[in-house]
Design a protein around this ligand. Structure first.
Ligand code: GCU
Length: 615
């Protein structure tokens, strides 16, 4: 395997020394990093482990000396926090610092073949050819990166569990433990995605969660697993979703299925994370009553309170599927008696596939502000990692991984602050260059949004691979993803007069979305079906706004590319960043012209400004 990754630090450009193989505990890692980073600067800290602090730490100074007091992993987090502050000229945090979400998890969609479902940074870092295969050095560096960002759990296999990954909870256990051992000194624990039908594959005639034989089978399975991997964090399950097996086959509820598994893992302090990404993926496009965004709430809201204590229901941020712009999922308001995890996606499946630049912190700020951080008790994100030398395909996509960890610790952070930290931890730029790069990153999402699907409409991408425009690509498919554009109007009425989706929100949000005049304009076509002549609040017609956004989005992508070309990035990243900016511009051009032509052909309305639309 290539060693070139050693030159690429994703965001730890100052931490160049190799990590030794013999680290066993986070306290040892803390001492090692302190020795290498702080001691040469005459800032060697005194470290004091205080088991009661867990993941928390406190940094104080006495004269010239830093003092870090922290729990088992808190000590390491404290050392990294001090390094971060010194490298970014950040303020040393006062008092005891602890993470907001106790479970801060990455979900890898890695298959044991080495492919990654929706992976855009090369092959798996730890699987290849149906088995574990990795460079221990690189996994240690990964552990350091995750701990530095604040992430504490890694689910190593795809939620769609394909053969031979069913065996991860069985014949591969020694390999799981060997892998876990490398990440343990960084406070990173593993989780496994499991297949609900596993008992069937192992000779039982049923996987019915209420059958005592099945319950006993999972109990024994848990005994074996925790005996080999004593700190496994738990299981992640995608059930009855997109053809995955689940309890519905036996006429049982999702609470029955989740609780059965939760009881098997409870004696070991394990959690059972159950994904709420469930909808009818075999819908008939002629059926205008079924509305996919309604599905998860309709299913789970009546089950609120039925889940065991150690079950976490993992809910995607929006009711669809990681589109550029969706409202927040109503489940965050409708499950007060259930522990929830907010699921984000770092892999840029629908957001430019790590070719187009797309910094997520501004989007997450909006999500946290709308949901309220306290509505979730845990947080997870689908990773954007892979075996590419730079870890994330686009070198700047690493920002999203870093920022995810930072938001998981502190969901109140401002995007500007997180972006600044990442820029300073990654590049040594002059202040004016830093400002340019931060500005580019901050607006990158809005640029992407402008040249792709307008105003919350979603799903105008090429089906299957989800890159590039195809406005009718999903229109006659079974996935429940329609825009229903015709010559007069576009969008779906999701108000009480339409599919009724707005009724799933608490009254204040329901009323906001229900009314065309108060609905946020960037979500207008998510909630309403509107004629092209609809007047936007600034007086433009809807169709004109669509044209304007698409022309502007392309122009802004072009400007971004010019700025990136002259920014003075280090050579190791510059060529790749610029090459991707060129591909992004081609993509933006394709989106602009396909979407503008699509709406012009349907509506017959010309662009008021007379710009080129291909007819
Ligand atoms: C999306 C994605 C799938 C993935 C699914 C999920 O539909 O395209 O690849 O399996 O989400 O979150 O389970």
């Amino acid at each position: 395997m290539s060693e070139a990754w050693k030159k690429r630090r994703a965001w730890l450009s100052a931490l160049k020394w190799e990590l030794p193989e013999n680290l066993e505990t986070p306290a040892q890692a803390a001492a090692f990093e302190g020795e290498h980073f702080l001691a040469p600067r005459n800032e060697k800290p005194e470290l004091e482990e205080d088991a009661g602090l867990g993941e928390a730490y406190e940094i104080t100074s006495q004269g010239e000396t830093w003092r870090i007091r922290g729990g088992r992993t808190g000590l390491l987090y404290g050392v990294y926090a001090l390094i971060r502050c010194l490298l970014t000229a950040g303020k040393i945090p006062e008092g005891i610092c602890s993470p907001y979400y106790p479970l801060r998890m990455l979900n890898a969609w890695d298959n044991m073949s080495g492919d990654i479902e929706r992976g855009y940074a090369g092959r798996s870092l730890w699987f290849e050819g149906g088995e574990f295969r990795y460079e221990p050095d690189r996994i240690r560096q990964l552990g350091r990166m995750l701990a530095f960002a604040g992430i504490n759990v890694l689910c190593i296999n795809n939620v769609n569990v394909h053969a031979p990954a069913q065996g991860l909870a069985d014949e591969w256990l020694p390999d799981v433990e060997a892998f876990a051992r490398i990440l343990r000194p960084f406070g990173v624990r593993l989780m496994l995605s499991i297949d609900f039908s596993m008992p069937l594959q192992r000779g039982l005639e049923t996987a019915d969660p209420l059958d005592p034989r099945v319950q006993e089978w999972w109990r024994q399975q848990a005994d074996r697993i925790w005996e080999t991997v004593p700190d496994l964090a738990g299981f992640l399950v995608k059930a009855d979703s997109e053809h995955r097996p689940g309890p519905n086959a036996y006429g049982r509820t999702h609470a029955d299925g989740a609780n059965m598994l939760a009881r098997a893992v409870a004696p070991y302090g394990g959690v059972l994370v159950w994904r709420a990404f469930v909808y009818d993926c075999m819908q008939d496009w002629r059926d205008t009553h079924t509305d996919r965004p309604c599905a998860a709430y309709d299913l789970y809201h009546p089950m609120d309170g039925d889940f065991d204590e150690n079950v976490i229901l993992q809910v995607k941020n929006g009711p669809y599927d990681f589109q550029v712009r969706e409202p927040v999922s109503p489940l965050f308001f409708g499950m007060p008696h259930t522990r929830l995890a907010l699921e984000l996606q770092l892999a840029q499946e629908y957001t430019g596939q790590q070719v187009d630049l797309y910094a997520m912190p501004p989007m997450w700020r909006e999500i946290f502000d709308q949901i309220g951080k306290e509505k979730a008790q845990a947080i997870a994100a689908v990773t954007n990692l892979g075996r590419d030398d730079n870890w994330t395909g686009h070198p700047m996509a690493a920002l999203n991984l870093y920022a995810f960890g930072r938001y998981a610790w502190d969901p109140d952070l401002e995007p500007e602050a997180v972006i600044r930290e990442w820029v300073r931890l990654t590049y040594e730029l002059k202040p004016e260059q830093e400002n340019v790069l931060e500005r580019i990153l901050l607006k990158s999402r809005s640029v992407y949004e402008k040249y792709t699907s307008p105003l919350g409409l979603c799903w105008m991408v090429n089906p299957a691979y989800h890159y590039g425009p195809s406005p009718y690509g999903y229109e006659f498919q079974a996935w429940g993803t329609y825009n229903r554009a015709d010559r007069d109007a576009v969008g779906i009425d999701r108000t009480s007069a339409g599919t009724g989706y707005t009724g799933q929100y608490p009254p204040a949000l329901r009323d906001l979305f229900e009314n065309k005049d108060t609905c946020p304009e960037n979500l207008l076509l998510f909630f309403h079906r509107l004629p092209y002549t609809w007047r936007m609040r600034d007086g433009r017609t809807l169709i004109q706004r669509i044209y304007d956004d698409h022309f502007e989005g392309y122009d802004e992508a072009e400007k971004m590319k010019e700025e990136l070309e002259t920014l003075g990035l280090p050579a190791v990243d510059a060529a790749e960043v610029i090459e991707r900016a060129e591909r992004q511009l081609q993509n933006a051009r394709e989106w602009r012209d396909v979407i503008n032509t699509f709406f012009h052909r349907l509506s017959g309305v010309p662009d008021e400004k007379g710009r080129k639309i291909y007819l």
